[in-house]
Design a protein around this ligand. Sequence first.
Ligand code: PA5
Length: 445
Amino acid sequence: MPIELRYDNMFSSRLGEGRGIDSDRFHSFAARFREIQSDVEARRAAGQLGFYDLPYLHDVVESIEKFAHGGGQAFSNLVVLGIGGSALGATALRSALLDPYWNELSDEERGFYPRLYIVDNPDPATFAALLRRVDVRKTLFNVVSKSGGTAETMSQFLIVRDKLHEAIGDGYRRHLLFTTDPEKGVLRRLANEEDIAALPIPQNVGGRFSVLSSVGLLPAAMTGIDINQLLAGARAMDDRCRSDQLLDNPAAVYAVLQYLADTEYGAPIHVMMPYSDPLKDVADWFRQLWAESLGKQRSLTGEEIFVGPTPVKSLGATDQHSQVQLYIEGPFDKTITFINEADRREDITIPSVYPDVSELGYLGGHTLGELLRVEKEATEEALTQRGRMNMTIEVPTVDAFVMGEIIFLLQIATVYAGALYGVDPLDQPGVELGKQLTYKAFGRV
Ligand code: PA5
């Protein structure tokens, strides 16, 4: 069963007078979307939207799988050093597809795949603790940086390189694997000069669109995730999103609804709220994708426009006890996108221990999965009754195929949203400015 978007609750017909999107206005975007799709298809054919090609690069998959199931299994730990788009996708895959306590499982329970640490922030408190925990002689450090110059990742790399050299001398090379630009950047240079293994990130694929490149595939394959299924899911979503008919293309529906909510219906805040621990880091990954791609000072034609919705990550049912009060009664400045899992991989029945105690008895015989489902439905209904725009990504279950579908749905929706806002979703001049100022402060020439 493919993933589905349920979006009736975005419309004023459901939310009541003066609330939600007018459905005629939504449908009036059909023609505009046909133009957008034809432009996207042209840019895709011209190789400007490289992420679209990732699910079709079968050679890359083969070589990653070979490494993961061969030499890769010699390591007890895999440490990914990367930040932003170089870490968030792999983290989302880990949370969705591995046991939540993966690193605490025994070697047998992990199928002899390594433990996985994804470092991201260069906070010394975390990094020092990690270096105390892992034996570098049994660890592969995957240094992931498209540019090969990001200060956070390069600092971690330098520390690790030093530690490795101290522990094993020249053998340090075998404990490093770079994932970087195929030609440019210091990591590529070092890979060539010092004979360090390196995987390519295609030149036309940027950080936040790179999860289905070796950036996400290597850590996934090395921990036994079925990357063929992941890419098959992305291809299936790609097929659905080739349509230039607004209503047949789920990424287009997603983008147009969120764009309208922001620009015409006063809702610039886009909350993503999975009722699912495995999917909680999809919301974190998406937050970067939507924010960095759409938050822009200038339009494609160079005018100052200062646009961009604000993505917020949330988690059900946890945030029912933290954020939902605000969502239901606060300003009408948000849309809520739930992600709902129809079939959970596991479920636990709540025992009927106190059938006669009214505060406890009603739970007995139900499952935790049912509790989450009912709570999601209750929150959805409460939001709808109070005129709050909400929609749901319905996923049949959480597996590698579905993750591929979700990732591609949201990436394609981001490209369409970029076209609607009139911005380039693939650049990030603001991030680059911060990077340049850091280099300057450290005296880099
Ligand atoms: O999406 C992006 O391009 C950024 O978030 C980058 O992923 C992030 O800044 C890290 O860059 P790099 O991979 O070059 O180290």
